[in-house]
Design a protein around this ligand. Structure first.
Ligand code: AMP
Ligand code: MG
Length: 334
């Protein structure tokens, strides 16, 4: 069934041919572009990569009742220390490290707030202070305890709900790229939603040319392009999912301090060495906002960030971590 949904396009170019595949996974289209000597090699590699993403959805999904994450969330407040799989462990560990480092701006325990946000979008009404208060009791990364020695997780408070929406896609993209590499594919681009990872450049090119998502407001500057190889890029903001009440826009990214969706309209693009980091950092910088986000990124090695926002009537762009060095500079590019 799934392979019927997969589309494949191939074009010839020395030294390898370009092959492109797309398939819906994790509720969004995933895309793989790769160079391989023949179609059979390309298809087998892409199939294996998609299968890996599919497998990860069974671990990370907060929609699927039976995912490993959902099962873990249901143990909240029970006193159980739950052994977790290697994939879930890695994501939980990285998420908790970032939660501490960002002073809780990034927080995968925001599940109860995200549920309220989804409800508010359905009802077109903000949650009442009572609902928010009730959710607040079940949110806080300090209530998620990880045991590094035994790889167990414990959710200390009842009604907690973990949400990996800000990091799992990036992890899946990275994991798919690892599969391609293991199969000998040296030049590939894997994308899912706003997250992308690039390995070696296409033959004869200096990198993969990728558009930085532009702000969707009138008068916004047109998209610029970056050249990436052996890097990942992720964009966060309220482009695809948002809630609008009384003329005010609430992003699907929640400020854990208020429990409500962000209202500052900022689009954040992060370039990092791996896609898990790029994904998680783009969300974190979104929560921290322009000033706090830039200061945060500057303290971390290997991160470049581009922010575009509309604080008042003006559109403001800011960059840090040497983002500009990824812009196209090659006037002779094909
Ligand atoms: P992204 O598109 O990568 O920025 O991720 C947004 C998603 O992450 C949301 O749809 C929520 O599922 C989840 N999320 C929302 N707010 C936060 C937050 N402050 N920290 C971590 N995850 C969040
Ligand atoms: Mg993210």
């Amino acid at each position: 069934m799934l392979s019927l949904l997969t589309s494949c396009a191939t074009s010839r170019s020395a030294p390898g041919a370009r092959h492109e595949f797309t398939r819906p996974e994790m509720g969004l289209p995933f895309r793989i572009v790769l160079y391989a000597p023949d179609r059979l090699t390309a298809t087998a590699a892409a199939e294996a990569a998609f299968a890996r993403i599919h497998e990860l959805n069974d671990v990370f999904s907060d929609y699927e009742y039976d995912s490993e994450l959902s099962r873990l969330s249901r143990t909240a407040g029970s006193g159980q220390k739950v052994p977790v799989s290697e994939d879930l462990w890695r994501v939980l560990e990285q998420a908790q490290a970032l939660a501490k480092r960002s002073d809780g701006a990034f927080d995968i325990t925001v599940g109860p707030y995200v549920s309220l946000w989804r409800r508010a979008r359905r009802l077109q009404r903000l949650p009442t202070p009572e609902w928010l208060e009730r959710a607040r009791a079940a949110v806080g990364y300090q209530h998620l305890r990880l045991d590094r020695r035994h790889h167990t997780a414990e959710l200390l408070v009842p009604n907690m709900r973990l949400d990996l929406g800000a990091i799992a896609k990036g992890y899946a993209v990275e994991a798919a790229m690892t599969i391609l590499r293991e199969r000998g594919i040296r030049s590939a681009l894997v994308g899912g939603g706003g997250d992308m990872a690039a390995s070696g450049p296409p033959p004869g090119k200096k990198g993969w040319r990728i558009a930085v998502a532009p702000l969707d407001v009138p008068g916004a500057p047109p998209p610029r392009h970056v050249w990436l190889s052996h890097r990942a890029i992720a964009t966060s903001g309220d482009l695809s999912q948002r809630l609008e009440i009384d003329g005010k826009r609430y992003s699907h990214i929640v400020d854990p301090k208020t429990g409500l969706g962000l209202t500052h309209h900022t689009l954040v693009t992060v370039i990092a060495r791996d896609c898990t980091t790029a994904d998680a950092m783009a969300t974190t910088v979104s929560v921290l906002g322009q000033e706090g986000g830039v200061a945060f990124v500057k303290r971390i090695q290997g991160l470049a960030v581009h922010l575009v926002g509309q604080p008042a009537d003006r559109i403001e762009t800011e960059e840090a971590g040497g983002f500009a060095r990824f812009y196209e500079v090659d006037a002779n590019r094909p």
